[in-house]
Write a protein of this length. Structure first.
Ligand SMILES: NC(=O)c1ccc[n+]([C@@H]2O[C@H](COP(=O)([O-])OP(=O)(O)OC[C@H]3O[C@@H](n4cnc5c(N)ncnc54)[C@H](OP(=O)(O)O)[C@@H]3O)[C@@H](O)[C@H]2O)c1
Length: 300
C-alpha cells in the first residue's frame, strides 16, 4: 500500500510517499480502508522533530494521527466493530499511521462516524475534539457558571472547545480576528475579543479557567486575567529542554520568557505539570498570584 513515511526528522524532504507493507492486526485492532486523514499542527511539529523529547519513535514510520474510513478486517478479540462499519479514529500516539491507504488501530481508539458526516469532515474531528474535551472537562474540570477564557477560538481546537465549554454550561470568552468573529459567535461564544485590536489585559481578572491554543505572548497575558488559584491548560506553550540541561552542566541560566516551560530534565524525565494525557500534551499551569508571572516553577 502507499503511505507517507517519515524517514528523517527535519525538512519535508525527509518524508516520502512510498510503498510499505499493510499493517498487521493485533487481536483488538481493526484494519481500516482510509478515505480521509486529518492534518494538524502536531503533524509538522512531529516531522520537524520538535516532539522527540516526549515521543521517542523509531524511524522510519508512517505519519498521521487521525483518519476516517471503512473497516475491512477485524482482530480476533474485536467486539465493537464489523467489516463495513464507517469509523473515525485518533490513532495511538506511539503508533501513528493515518497517512496511508490502510491503517490499523485499537478498537478503543475508534468510533462510528455519525450518518450526517462524510469521511472528509469526520477525519478532522478526533484529535481536535478530544484535545478540547480532555482539556476542558478532565484537566480544567469546567463547571456550569464558570467563566472560561479560550485563546484562538476560530481554529481547529477552538471551534470544538467553544461548543464543549457551552455544553458544560460555562460562560465563554474567546479571541478571534474579524474574519472569525461571526463563526465563533454562531458556535456559542458569549464574548469575543479581537486579538488584532483589543488589549487582553483590559477585560478584567475574573476567569475561573483558561485554555490556551496560541502560546507565546498570548499565554503570558492570560496569566493576568485569571482569578487567583485557577488553572490554565496550554496545548501551544513552548516547551524548553535547554535550561534543565544547562543547569545539569552547571551553566548559569538566563531568564526564560514566562511562556517557556521547562519540560524535560537532562535525564529525559517529563516535568510533573507537563503530561501526555490521551491525545494531547497538557501543560497545566496553576496561576500563583505570589509569583510575578503567575507560574509555579523553580526557574521563576
Ligand atoms: N489541532 C489539534 O488537534 C491539536 C491538538 C493538540 C494541540 N494542538 C495545538 O494547539 C494549537 C492550535 O491548534 P489548532 O489546530 O487549533 O490551530 P489552527 O486551526 O491553525 O488555529 C489557530 C487559530 O489561531 C488564531 N490566531 C492566530 N494568531 C493568533 C494570536 N496572536 N492571538 C489569538 N489568536 C490567534 C487564528 O484565528 P483567526 O482565524 O481568528 O485569525 C486561527 O484560527 C497549536 O499549537 C497546536 O499544536 C492542536
Amino acid at each position: 500500500m502507499l503511505a507517507y513515511v517519515l524517514r528523517r526528522y527535519g525538512r519535508p524532504e525527509g518524508s516520502l510517499l512510498m510503498e510499505v507493507p499493510t499493517p498487521t492486526l493485533r487481536p483488538r485492532d481493526i484494519l481500516v480502508d482510509v478515505r480521509a486523514a486529518g492534518l494538524n499542527p502536531v503533524d509538522f511539529k512531529f516531522r520537524q522533530g520538535k516532539l522527540r523529547v516526549i515521543h521517542r519513535s523509531r524511524l522510519p514510520l508512517v505519519l498521521g494521527n487521525e483518519f476516517a474510513g471503512e473497516v475491512v478486517a477485524v482482530g480476533d478479540e474485536v467486539k465493537r466493530f464489523s467489516v463495513g462499519d464507517r469509523v473515525f479514529a485518533r490513532v495511538e500516539k506511539d503508533r501513528l499511521g493515518a497517512f496511508a491507504e490502510r491503517a490499523a488501530v485499537g478498537e478503543d481508539c475508534a468510533a462510528r462516524v455519525p450518518p450526517n458526516l462524510d469521511f472528509a469532515a469526520a477525519a478532522g474531528v478526533p484529535l481536535a475534539a478530544l484535545t478540547a474535551l480532555q482539556a476542558l472537562r478532565d484537566e480544567l474540570g469546567l463547571k456550569p457558571e464558570h467563566k472560561v477564557f479560550i485563546s484562538g477560538g476560530a481554529g481547529g481546537v477552538g471551534t470544538f472547545a467553544i461548543q464543549i465549554a457551552k455544553w458544560l454550561g460555562a460562560h465563554v470568552t474567546t479571541t478571534a480576528s474579524k474574519r472569525g468573529e461571526a463563526m465563533v459567535r454562531s458556535l456559542g461564544a458569549d464574548e469575543v475579543i479581537d486579538y488584532t485590536t483589543d488589549d487582553l489585559s483590559r477585560i478584567g481578572k475574573d476567569f475561573d479557567a483558561g485554555l490556551d491554543l496560541i502560546g507565546g505572548e498570548t499565554l503570558d497575558k492570560m496569566f493576568k486575567i485569571m482569578k487567583p488559584e485557577t488553572k490554565i491548560v496550554s496545548v501551544a506553550a513552548e516547551l524548553v529542554v535547554q535550561p534543565l540541561e544547562q543547569a545539569a552542566r552547571g551553566i548559569p541560566l538566563g531568564a526564560p520568557a514566562a511562556h517557556q516551560r521547562p519540560a524535560v530534565d537532562a535525564g529525559g524525565h517529563v516535568a510533573d505539570d507537563v503530561r501526555l494525557h490521551g491525545g494531547l500534551l497538557v501543560n497545566a499551569v496553576p496561576c500563583d498570584p505570589s509569583s510575578p508571572c503567575g507560574m509555579r516553577s523553580p526557574y521563576f
